[in-house]
Design a protein around this ligand. Structure first.
Ligand code: PMP
Ligand code: GLN
Length: 386
């Protein structure tokens, strides 16, 4: 038999799919894969269903429905004071995942170096490699996940094409500080590179922290590709509606990849997301406040059981050190163990690193109803007390 694509076939099934299937098999509460309980804001869902009946269900424009592109430009202005031309600087994609893939395929040339920061989201590395890029990894370590100037100095060079930055960061829930953003911006400018900014968790920051797009740092406006996702902003992860904001020069190349990958995104979902993005600020504040309560509830529950929980500044996830519970295996063994025995699923943090890393952290997802979290905490408590 002829070989298949070596880069892609060398990867297994993603850790999220693996743990979700295991959770299903064992009737475990799934705090592994990041998706909210519930069915999203009813008014947003209603716009999508109405549009199915009354709107056009044929191919929408390749760059996205104009009302959604306008809404994305408006939200850039409202939250970040960015002046964006919706006609030339916004593109809708099928989820943050496609937005990322189109951006990477659109910007990377074979042998370009691409800087990625570990722990990293699962789709980054395979797409960079498939696009012919050479990954250069920076490793952030628990418990502080601090990014230093030395780490950046070690990877930026003349061959660097771009850096991929995820803030708030999955899985470690870090929000990059203004100082770190300025440092990154300095290197991006010095080496005449780009930054792809995965900001899908942009509205999920806690304790009064405000999201700062790298794009707003001086000198970065036309070097950054900013990616958002309706999945996270409207708690509708199955919808897969993403949006890209970038200067016309960058977006033109990204759109070339998009037109051959997915070309368009379901129009009813786009219309609903356009409606959602026009909601007033209280929607966005409530979203973050409710999630913060969920974070606090799960954190307290896990700490009472004995976990050592790390700081969580944003996103859907808490990272917890399970060594105080006396478990002697690694994180993958721990996550499988609690899924099958305590009936609560989590995701091993080492899955977000290449090569050897700390193996005593599990990632728990808290974007759930309190009753779900309560039940999960009780199951873990009963199990580990026994
Ligand atoms: N980036 C990160 C860091 C994520 O956690 C996710 C969530 N799946 C995505 C991108 C993809 O977003 P979407 O579901 O909109 O494709
Ligand atoms: N972003 C989600 C997570 O980190 C998973 C998305 C996926 O399954 N691909 O859990």
């Amino acid at each position: 038999m002829r070989s298949k694509n070596l880069v892609l076939s060398s990867y297994g099934t993603t850790i999220f799919e693996t743990m979700s299937r295991l959770a299903q098999q064992h009737s475990a509460i799934n705090l592994g894969q990041g998706f909210p309980d519930g069915n999203g804001p009813p008014d947003v869902v209603a716009v999508a269903s109405e549009y199915l009946e009354s709107g056009s269900n044929q191919y929408p424009s390749m760059m996205g429905l104009p009302p959604l592109r306008q809404a994305v430009a408006d939200i850039n202005k409202r939250f970040y004071d960015l002046d964006i031309n919706w006609e030339t600087e916004v593109m809708v994609a099928s989820g943050g995942t496609e937005a990322l893939a189109s951006s990477l395929f659109g910007l990377i040339e074979p042998d370009d170096e691409v800087i990625l920061i570990e722990p990293l989201y699962d789709s980054y590395l395979p797409i960079v490699q498939r696009a012919g890029g050479v990954p250069k990894l920076i490793r952030l370590e628990p418990p502080t996940w601090e990014l230093t100037e030395t780490a950046l100095k070690n990877v930026f060079c003349e061959k660097t094409k771009l850096i991929l930055l995820n803030s708030p960061m999955n899985p470690c829930s870090k929000v990059f500080s203004p100082k770190e953003l300025r440092l990154i911006a300095g290197f991006v400018e010095k080496f005449d590179t780009y930054a792809i900014c995965d900001e899908v968790y942009e509205h999920l920051l806690f304790d009064g922290l405000k999201h700062i797009p790298l794009m707003t740092i001086p000198g970065m406006r036309d070097r950054c590709v900013r990616i958002g996702s309706a999945g996270k902003t409207f708690s509708l992860t199955g919808w897969k509606v993403g949006y890209v904001t970038a200067s016309q020069n960058l977006l033109g190349s990204i759109a070339k990849a998009h037109q051959f990958l997915t070309f368009t995104t379901p129009p009813n979902l786009q219309a609903a997301v356009a409606y959602g993005l026009s909601k007033d600020n209280t929607y966005f504040e409530d979203l973050a406040n409710n999630l913060q309560e969920c974070r606090d509830f799960l954190k307290e529950g896990l700490e009472k059981i004995g976990f050592k929980v790390l700081t969580c500044e944003g996103s859907y996830f808490i990272t917890a050190d399970f060594r105080p519970l006396g478990f002697s295996g690694n994180d993958e063994e721990f996550c499988r163990y609690i899924t099958t025995k305590a009936k609560v699923a989590a995701v091993p943090v080492s899955a977000f690193y290449q090569g050897k890393s700390a193996e005593h952290f599990a990632r728990f997802c808290f974007c759930k109803e309190q009753t779900t979290l309560q039940k999960a905490i009780e199951r873990l408590k009963t199990h580990f007390a026994g």
